[in-house]
Design a protein around this ligand. Structure first.
Ligand SMILES: [Zn+2]
Length: 346
């Protein structure tokens, strides 16, 4: 019995001494194993209880258990203290520098058509044009009549139109914004009108909804060379280099004379007879235009004897496809961005 008490005193003394020099949770774990583990000093003493007489055993057992509990509590308290200190040290070493650039940032980007619209608008704003917008649900008056297309006009057959039961319609072009803007702002006027338009077309090269952009200049003595200079400047700025161009006679009811602009093929420059973009012609039709018809100027509330002007319009979707090398119109509308994230023709 005395030997046991002496043993407990020794275990306790060496435990206290070792504890005072423990400075990490790892060292504390080792101290625990040395004393309370399967072969630990206190465990050895507990096992020696069997050597005592039955009378001595209960009191000795009680003392040993009390010592074990106390050592457990001491280790637990020391553990909490050490863990807190270690966390503090780790946090101090992990200071965050909020001025560092973020990693793997993916903030999204503009749709190619929106990007194209912004680019063309910006170029024209540099030439003094302002953005004008109009309703997509339009009246026949602005979509057709004011644009020199009365109900009997054959040009109405060129555009299959979505009508509402009340006789209004989904605009078939952005041109109604021209008349609305002339009526609202008068002359002189320089506007660019981007927007969605609708026609009853749906096949691989036509979508029932597509995007146009249109420009209008009304002033005194506007000449055809100004129109040609504006358009060739716009194309060169948009594609980022000087492109050959040609103007061909055409027909639109709201302009007279009317022209179409071709630019050299941006894909092959006319050097590839099998080019899929220009189909070997070396030219791309990009824009319709002309001098605004006097009756359209008059419909806009402006005296055609005093003012004249020009208008031009083009498909934004086509411009986006040409600039960004997109070969299928449907890719612009189906919402699958993987095509634009991976290689173009992959
Ligand atoms: Zn080509």
């Amino acid at each position: 019995m005395n030997a046991l008490i002496e043993g407990m005193r020794e275990v306790r003394a060496s435990f206290d001494e070792a504890l005072s020099s423990v400075d990490s949770t790892e060292a504390l774990g080792e101290l625990r194993v040395r004393n309370l583990g399967k072969k630990g000093a206190l465990t050895v003493l507990l096992k020696s209880l069997g050597k005592l007489s039955p009378e001595e055993r209960p009191a000795a057992g009680e003392q040993l258990n009390a010592l074990r509990d106390e050592m457990e509590r001491t280790i637990e308290a020391k553990g909490r203290e050490l863990r807190a200190r270690e966390n503090e040290a780790r946090e101090a070493g992990e200071r965050i520098d909020v001025t560092l650039p973020a990693k793997g940032r993916c903030g999204g980007s503009f749709h190619p058509v929106a990007q194209t619209m912004h680019e063309i608008v910006e170029i024209l704003q540099g030439m003094g044009y302002s953005v004008a917008l109009g309703p997509e649900k339009e009246e026949e008056l602005y979509n057709f009549e004011s644009l020199n297309m009365p109900s009997w006009h054959p040009a109405r057959d060129m555009q299959d139109t979505f009508y509402f039961p009340d006789g209004t319609l989904l605009r078939t072009h952005t041109s109604p914004v021209q008349v609305r803007s002339m009526l609202r702002y008068g002359a002189p006027l320089r506007i660019v009108c981007p927007g969605k338009v609708y026609r009853r077309d749906n096949d691989p090269t036509h979508s029932p909804m597509f995007n146009q952009i249109e420009g209008l200049m009304i002033d005194r003595g506007v000449s055809f060379p100004v129109l040609k200079g504006t358009l060739s400047g716009l194309m060169d700025a948009f594609f980022g280099r000087s492109l050959k161009n040609r103007f061909r006679a055409s027909y639109f009811p709201f302009t007279e004379p009317s022209m179409e602009l071709d630019i050299e093929c941006v894909e092959c420059g006319g050097s590839n007879a099998r080019c899929r973009v220009c189909k070997g012609t070396g030219w791309l039709e990009v824009c319709g235009m002309g001098m605004v018809h006097p009756s359209v100027v008059r419909a806009g509330g402006i005296d055609p004897e005093r003012y004249n002007g020009f208008a031009f319009g083009m498909g934004l979707d086509r411009m986006a496809m040409l600039k960004y090398g997109i070969n299928d119109l449907r890719l612009l509308f189906d919402g699958d961005v993987s095509y634009f994230l991976s290689g173009r023709d992959a």
